[in-house]
Design a binder for this molecule. Structure first.
Ligand code: C2E
Ligand code: CA
Ligand code: CA
Ligand code: CA
Length: 275
């Protein structure tokens, strides 16, 4: 009936406005958090699969909320992208990560995630150059992680942008590989140095023969394209053994360390230089 319909609508409407209000609060809080430096960058190591040596860290943002504690990125990155706050947030993370990494042993890379939304900013290239110059970090030590959605939209513009980053010496990694629209043709068309296989493939690696087959073919493909392969989300020695046998170049996951604040990262053994 008409009135039931109206009731339904009212309930829906109230639920919506409550959700909107919560969102607005969160958005305001996030805006403040960026302004008041309540965002933190944590670092998770990745290792060379053959030697087991640490090769670098991925920068992962966290929000230290005054009342809600430490909030993981899954709870605010989407909102930051919808509201455009990802632009100042992303700049903060990149600058912090470059500044921190500049003080690490020179062999260690720093990998930073870029949102597709940041790619729409004309100033992104200049911002990256400024972050490198201000921190003194050599471009060769910076790796930018992007997801394949960047390759679908505005393909040619983004391609040109990536070529400029390569010219500068920055490394490019394709993140979360296997979760999206991954047409293999993207891989050949864009200048990636590295493919990061999504952790969903590693999760059921030891039970699912199919996952091994997929990883094995990604490794073969990457070799043919002169790219390296990272497996993310490696949690057990069994998974790591399997991945080594499959020819993966780098591994990242709780087995080698969780993301930690800079204060908790130890550079115990002096890192040997190959030269
Ligand atoms: P991601 O880029 O795929 O990062 C890897 C995620 O996997 C991280 O989650 C990390 O903590 C988690 N992880 C690492 N090893 C393991 C493991 O062994 N097992 C399991 N189950 N998980 C593992 P986190 O830190 O919660 O970040 C989630 C996502 O948020 C990231 O996924 C990335 O897409 C996004 N993100 C984080 N920091 C930034 C940032 O600064 N900028 C942008 N644009 N996105 C970010
Ligand atoms: Ca990543
Ligand atoms: Ca990933
Ligand atoms: Ca390279």
């Amino acid at each position: 009936s008409k009135s039931a319909g109206r009731n339904c609508f009212t309930v829906y409407d109230e639920a919506m406005s409550a959700e909107l209000e919560a969102r607005n609060t969160l958005e305001g809080d996030l805006r403040d958090a960026i302004a008041r430096c309540q965002l933190e960058v944590h670092y998770q190591p990745f290792v060379d699969a053959l030697s087991g040596e640490r090769r670098g860290f991925e920068a992962l943002v966290r929000w230290r909320h005054p009342t809600r504690g430490l909030i993981p990125p899954d709870q605010f990155i989407a909102l930051a992208e919808e509201t455009g706050l990802i632009v100042p947030l992303g700049e903060f993370v990149l600058r912090r990560a470059c500044a921190d990494a500049a003080g690490w042993p020179a062999e260690l890379m720093i990998a930073v995630n870029l949102s597709p939304i940041q790619f729409k900013e004309a100033e992104l290239f200049d911002m990256i150059c400024a972050a490198l110059a201000d921190s003194g970090l050599p471009p060769q030590r910076l790796e930018i992680e992007i997801t394949e959605s960047v390759l679908l939209e505005r393909g040619s513009e983004n391609h040109a942008f990536m070529e400029r980053l390569k010219q500068l010496g920055v490394e490019l990694a394709l993140d979360d590989f296997g979760t999206g629209y991954s047409s293999l043709s993207y891989l050949t068309a864009f200048p990636f140095d590295k493919i990061k296989i999504d952790k969903s493939f590693i999760r059921n690696l030891t039970q699912q023969p199919r996952s091994s087959a997929i990883i094995s073919s990604i490794v073969t493909l990457a070799r043919g394209l002169d790219m390296s392969v990272t497996a993310e989300g490696v949690e057990t020695p069994e998974e790591f053994d399997r991945l080594k046998a499959l020819g993966v170049n780098f591994a990242q996951g709780y087995l080698f360390g969780r993301p930690h604040p800079i204060e908790r990262i130890l550079f115990d053994a002096p890192v040997k230089s190959s030269r």
